[in-house]
Design a protein. Structure first.
Length: 134
């Protein structure tokens, strides 16, 4: 059981990483924008939903989880189909917790950078007005 929990914690990391990277990072920006446009413009609902899956980290994490479960054969609590089902939902949940923490961390870092830039700008203005050179 302890080994299963270690696998749960560890397997959720690459799931979160892949889901976040595909849906948020600049390397996939063109794909993301194309999928957003298709998710809004396709005539059939199924097509719109299929393209939307690549724009939503929560939605995409389900598909990444299915691939990871297929590759690793990881099961949680039970050794049959129920173990795959429980593992799937647990991995999706935990990977989304990781992505939430990561998203919050990035927001805090961005806010800190803005605060630092504003403080440096104020410092330059003050030192420029007094005639002192930095």
């Amino acid at each position: 059981m302890e080994r299963q929990l270690v696998f749960l914690v560890v397997l959720a990391i690459p799931i979160a990483s892949v889901a976040w990277t595909v849906t948020h990072e600049e390397v996939f920006h063109e794909l993301h924008e194309w999928c957003v446009a298709k998710s809004l413009s396709c005539k059939r609902a199924l097509s719109r939903k299929a393209f939307y899956l690549f724009t939503c980290d929560y939605c995409f994490s389900h598909w990444v989880t299915i691939v990871v479960l297929f590759i690793t054969r990881y099961r949680l609590l039970y050794d049959d189909w129920r173990g795959y089902l429980i593992a799937g939902f647990a991995l999706v949940w935990l990977s989304n917790v990781y992505m939430s923490f990561f998203g919050r961390l990035r927001l805090e870092i961005r806010e800190d950078r803005i605060d630092i830039a504003a403080a440096e700008s104020r410092e330059r203005r003050v030192s420029g007005n007094t005639g002192m050179n930095p």
